[in-house]
Design a protein around this ligand. Structure first.
Ligand SMILES: CC(C)C[C@H](N)C(=O)NCC(=O)O
Length: 494
């Protein structure tokens, strides 16, 4: 073929692609109400993975996901991943993992989209302005537990594939889905499932895509790292039952006093972790990293206002971003057994269990952290010479994940973002944890990209979590565009 003929063929091909993109995005726009309604149905299912009383809802949630993918003609399986052992020794069926496949063309790349449909706990009494399980649209923001983390992003991926199908357009890549129901509690059972299916379901997967995080600002982002998490229970047990604090107070060595005493030795007021060995394991901040953080647009005052605090732990941008993304931190989440209702109750709780976690970064190792924390707390407790009993358990041990931003997946992401949002992508890390990211990397040896569509102010895990319509709908277009960009990556890239 001569040069003019090749050029005109290229023109025809690119015109067809541009036309298809427009048609696809028009399809998304015209189906937006339907997408919001589906999100409403999904949010209405209280799929809280941390509450054993909600396990039935979680099973139902997985069935709903499977059915949606089946109706689209996918090859769908509900994979049994066994049981979970609870701290009290009881066992509970884990929610099945949904796998699905659309397309088997060996000449195309195969991407695997991972997401989760379990949620964090939420109650109206926690301070929500609306019922957390009744999706409520206020000024284009869709409020509901799990709206951003992670139900809308999962649906956006499903709708992106559905749009190609509805318009009878060939998917540019084969698409697989792995949707789980235990992410918020450490992805129990998923590691083993991935290992077991490495040479079957995952054998032809080229790339993993995860959309389970948020932007840093109003600019769209691509995420190349997450922190891991080690989550601990520290239980102090004393008298055989709760006691009247007036009648017995002053004679009993109180479990709560012991517990607060040892918790106070975990981290200093200025944020220095006091557990020996933890800080020493952290990879030092490189000049290159410092420069990357320095170049990111991030307004410290806006951040402060968004959270509603008058002072932060650090006042400059680089320190803040580094401590949000790539240094460990200790958070004390709550105390089970403590009196926490409104009003006064003069009680000495007999048994109290603190819940705290330590975010993990390279080169920390959760197994090592478990030993460091357990030994340290026992040594601090021993110094108190208390007759009470301390038990320390690590219930989640998730490793951090870091990707190579030079991989073509990231270049493809930048192009897709530019096309949909007409903005350059922020390249960011994430302080939160996606336990399975590191497993995908280590067990499958596949490259991963995180492509968030959540807003910077979505309030994940907080009161009034939301996903904006804009992010939900434009995010769906981003996924459509991204599938097309991934199809252009040279077949040799791993
Ligand atoms: C922002 C996180 C990566 C979102 C994720 N779904 C999550 O909440 N994970 C659990 C965690 O505690 O970080």
């Amino acid at each position: 073929m001569n040069l003019p003929a090749v050029l005109s063929l290229l023109l025809v091909v690119s015109t067809v692609q541009a036309f298809q993109y427009t048609e696809l995005t028009q399809f998304i726009d015209s189906h937006q109400e339907e997408y919001v309604e589906t999100l409403r149905d999904w949010v209405a299912i209280e799929s809280d993975s941390s509450n054993v009383m909600r396990r039935k809802d979680l099973h139902r949630m997985m069935d709903v996901v499977a059915q949606k993918l089946r109706l689209m003609g996918g090859t769908v399986e509900l994979v049994d991943i066994g049981e979970q052992e609870l701290p009290d020794g009881q066992t509970l069926l884990l929610p099945k993992v949904v796998t699905a496949q659309f397309g088997t063309d060996v000449n195309k790349h195969t991407v695997c989209v991972y997401g989760h449909v379990d949620v964090q706990p939420a109650k109206l009494e926690d301070g929500w302005a609306t019922d957390p399980y009744n999706l409520t649209d206020i000024n284009g923001h869709l409020y509901g537990r799990g709206a951003s983390d992670n139900k809308a992003p999962v649906l956006a991926w499903i709708h992106a594939v559905g749009a190609y199908q509805a318009l009878n357009m060939e998917l540019p890549v084969n698409v697989k889905f792995v949707i789980e129901g235990m992410e918020e509690t450490g992805s129990n059972g998923l590691d083993a499932m991935i290992l077991a299916q490495r040479d079957t379901f995952f054998s032809d997967v080229d790339y993993i895509i995860i959309s389970d995080c948020g932007w840093l600002s109003r600019r769209p982002a691509l995420t190349y790292g997450t922190r891991g998490n080690c989550y601990f229970f520290a239980e102090v047990e004393g008298p055989k039952q709760d006691l009247h604090s007036g009648v017995y107070g002053g004679t009993v060595i109180e479990p709560m006093t012991d517990l607060i005493g040892i918790l106070d030795t975990l981290i200093s007021p200025s944020g220095k972790i006091l557990i020996p060995g933890i800080r020493e394991a952290v990879a030092p901040l490189s000049d290159e990293e410092w420069k990357m953080y320095q170049d990111i647009q991030f307004d410290v005052e806006d951040y402060k206002n968004k959270i509603g605090v008058s002072q932060l732990m650090y006042s400059n941008k680089v320190d803040l971003l580094a401590h949000r993304w790539r240094y460990p931190t200790v958070t004390i989440h709550g105390i089970e057994g403590a009196f926490s209702d409104p009003g006064t109750k003069t009680v000495i709780p007999a048994k109290v269990t603190a819940k705290f976690s330590i975010r993990q970064v390279p080169d920390m190792d959760p197994a090592m952290v478990k030993t460091q924390v357990t030994d340290y707390l026992h040594s601090v407790f021993a110094k108190r010479k208390s007759p009470n009993k301390l038990k320390v358990t690590m219930v989640i041990g998730a490793k951090p994940w870091l990707a190579d931003t030079q991989h073509p997946l990231y270049e493809a992401g930048k192009i897709a973002i530019k096309r949909v949002f007409d903005m350059d992508a922020d390249l960011i890390r994430e302080g939160g944890t996606i336990p399975i990211a590191r497993t995908f990397q280590d067990v499958l040896g596949k490259s991963i990209i995180m492509m968030p569509i959540g807003g910077f102010d979505d309030g994940m895990h907080s009161q009034n979590e939301k996903m904006s319509r804009y992010n939900y709908i434009e995010g769906t277009k981003l996924f459509i565009s991204y599938l097309n960009e991934v199809s252009q990556i040279q077949k040799t890239s791993v």
